[in-house]
Design a protein around this ligand. Sequence first.
Ligand code: SF4
Ligand code: SF4
Length: 366
Amino acid sequence: MNFNKRNSYKKRIQQWGWNQGKKLRANIHDLNYFFWEATLKCNLNCLHCGSDCSKDNNCTELPAEKVLQVFSNIAENYSAQDVMVAVTGGEPLMRRDLFDVLNKVNQLGFSWGMVTNGMLVNENVVKKCAETGMKTVSVSLDGVRESHNWLRNEATSYDRAIGALRLFSKANKFDTVEAITCVNPVNLKQLDELYREIKNLGINSWRILTIFPKGRAVSSKALSLKADEFKELFSFIKEKRQQDSKLHINYSEEGYLGCDWEKEVRDDFYYCGAGINIAGLLWDGAYSACPSLSRNWIQGSINDSLFSDVWETKYANMRNRDWMKKEHCKGCHVWSNCQGSSLHLWDWDENKPQICHYRLLSINIE
Ligand code: SF4
Ligand code: SF4
């Protein structure tokens, strides 16, 4: 048996074991990741933004005491040390009391990380992040100067993002300092150049995403990759992962990709843990999982229930996904590997995933 055949056989067995683990995880639904959508305010107006964020500074935010009620409830019912808090927005740093809240969240025992566009990052912000227990930080970097500024719709945004990554890296206080790149047909051609720039920053992680049709990206279909472009991207990631052990390069958990790419472009097999081990508090007090999910997935609200009650009694449509076996997914031979793809890609109007990566990559099928 040659290497490729042996590797593919080995992966199929590993995938089977992974799928057994997924069933167990769905039954146990151990909370270990919690998104907090701190605000919808944002200081940019990106072409591809998947959030409903707004430059409107009057946009309502959940008051700090309500946010902290939720974190106290989680700490009382689960182990705060085992739950990573991911702070998102909007732009989290637009929230004035952000560090006051996160300081208390940290005192309850949680570790936290943040995704930022870097526009407001300076030495003082980095210091506050360290003092309030931030462990990981992800800064959006969507290409080399020209393509980043175009996508982010702001001429200074590239320099601000690079400056933020440098400051976080220089502080030497955080476990992970990460650049996040949304790949589109324009910056796909600049990935080698971007890779060299990222290496110069001395950061330790690079997360690569592709744009999915949500928020403003719905009207920017030209930003989505085609089948041959996905393959070009995955070949790039696979090669760099093999060559470079110092920079952790990972494709996001975005759809099942098939045996050729699974575990080659990311560390593990595809897995969508929304509602299984991932929950979230949205800007208005709604309980959901990832902020990238549409509001159809909301399971409850701080206004009428405790988070722990909702976590224990709701989230059924995320934990058992058999109801998603419709259209192509019905009878799909890799259903147990994919289970209808990432929940953020589910189209509630059409009752099917907005994109099937597996079919797209198996180009002969299309
Ligand atoms: S819904 Fe999307 S972002 Fe959330 S866990 Fe699933 S794949 Fe990841
Ligand atoms: S048809 Fe559905 S279950 Fe099968 S790979 Fe595509 S999205 Fe996944």
